[in-house]
Write a protein that binds this ligand. Structure first.
Ligand SMILES: *[C@@H]1O[C@H](CO)[C@@H](O)[C@H](O)[C@H]1NC(C)=O
Ligand SMILES: *[C@@H]1O[C@H](CO)[C@@H](O)[C@H](O)[C@H]1NC(C)=O
Ligand SMILES: *[C@@H]1O[C@H](CO)[C@@H](O)[C@H](O)[C@H]1NC(C)=O
Ligand SMILES: *[C@@H]1O[C@H](CO)[C@@H](O)[C@H](O)[C@H]1NC(C)=O
Ligand SMILES: *[C@@H]1O[C@H](CO)[C@@H](O)[C@H](O)[C@H]1NC(C)=O
Ligand SMILES: *[C@@H]1O[C@H](CO)[C@@H](O)[C@H](O)[C@H]1NC(C)=O
Length: 307
């Protein structure tokens, strides 16, 4: 069969477009108190991001002028509370179309790493009172967002068992995944979650290759985005990096903003744009690229050494 060059070119262009933009992408919002204008970068220009979460029940003030259909807010029940159900119901009755919720952030992790450190039986009792009623209203529920370590699987099993002992099936519609590490580990972990909880959608709600070189971090980003877009049971994903490189707790190269608040290559690609060639630095002093030596980073910028 003969295929004209025009058809091939069109196909190549379509592949490029679908590889760099995605309807699955959202924002794990880490607001910047020091630089509030950074908060608007994620929704500015031609941003690809269609949804966000902020680890809280209520939407962020930074996006109060965005409607739910423009930038969908997904509430999170971070750790057990008795007010989650009433708060979500009041948002819905106030006209906000809440269709999905997230629950219990890293309950198998400690507060030193951002975990909520909740006992499975305590979470089960809380889910039965605060989450099951929302599910009956048609809201899709995310299983507890456990860490990517083996303790996550153990915790989830204990959680579902605890629901049974309390006479209820706690039903999750989708399974959030957190992952810090390389792509092979990520794909293997996602496969294990999919094998354990069959026929469920998976959301990757925190992920990055932490503390590695810029080139490895960028390759990881590209490979994982292509994978998430291709696998149909992956419903959504949100990259952990909506902050400046000098305050990143996952290493400077994973951040989506430089120390000056400009989009890095990963930041721009994630929003659906082109490379920016902005190099993230671990220090607010920044790095200087000397023309003629290409992209080699040669010196910290002396004139910014005011601290
Ligand atoms: C929303 O408010 C922010 C400031 O909080 C502003 O920068 C942004 O331009 C506003 N966006 C729209 C669409 O009005
Ligand atoms: C709420 O959003 C969902 C998903 O976008 C849509 O299918 C549904 O029609 C919306 N409901 C209302 C009441 O707007
Ligand atoms: C829980 O689910 C199982 C399997 O689908 C079913 O047999 C059982 O009746 C359910 N229990 C409750 C309390 O709904
Ligand atoms: C998943 O879906 C397949 C195909 O529809 C079905 O054969 C299988 O029993 C389902 N597994 C579970 C655990 O529901
Ligand atoms: C990542 O993908 C972008 C296109 O989206 C490409 O320009 C860049 O070279 C890729 N980088 C790596 C390290 O694969
Ligand atoms: C990764 O880098 C961050 C700072 O960018 C640091 O706080 C953290 O301890 C590092 N983690 C590891 C495992 O090296």
């Amino acid at each position: 069969m003969r295929i004209s060059a025009t058809v091939l070119l069109a196909a190549a262009a379509a592949t490029l477009t679908s590889a760099t933009r995605s309807s699955k992408r959202g924002l794990v919002f880490v607001p910047s108190e020091k630089h509030p204008t950074d908060n608007q970068i994620w929704v500015g220009g031609n941003s690809d991001l269609t949804w966000y979460y902020n680890y809280q029940v209520a939407p962020s003030p930074a996006y109060s002028n965005r409607t739910q259909s423009e930038f969908e807010f997904v509430p999170m029940l971070w750790s057990p509370t008795t007010t989650f159900l009433s708060q979500v119901k009041s948002m819905i009755s106030g006209g906000r179309n809440i269709t999905h919720i997230l629950t219990y952030n890293e309950p198998d992790g400690t507060s030193s790493t951002g975990g909520s450190n909740v006992q499975p039986a305590v979470a089960a009792a809380n889910w039965i009172s605060q989450v099951e009623p929302l599910r009956k209203l048609g809201v899709k529920t995310g299983a507890p967002a456990v860490t990517g370590s083996p303790s996550g699987f153990t915790w989830l099993q204990m959680f579902f068992d605890a629901c049974h002992s309390q006479g209820t099936n706690c039903t999750a519609d989708f399974f959030p995944v957190h992952w810090y590490g390389n792509f092979e580990g990520l794909a293997s972990h996602v496969g294990q979650v999919a094998g354990t909880y069959q026929n469920k959608s998976i959301w990757i709600t925190e992920y990055a290759l932490n503390n590695q070189s810029l080139s490895d971090t960028q390759s990881f980003y590209n490979t994982s985005a292509e994978y998430f877009d291709r696998i149909s049971y992956i419903g959504r994903y949100s990259y952990f990096g909506s902050f400046r490189s000098d305050v990143s707790n996952v290493g400077p190269n994973a951040a989506m903003l430089t120390q000056k608040g400009q989009l890095t290559d990963i930041g721009s690609w994630y929003l659906g744009g082109a490379a920016t060639n902005n190099i993230p630095s671990p220090s607010s002093f920044g790095v200087k690229v000397v023309p003629g030596i290409g992209a080699m980073v040669v010196a910290f910028v002396a004139e910014l050494c005011v601290l």
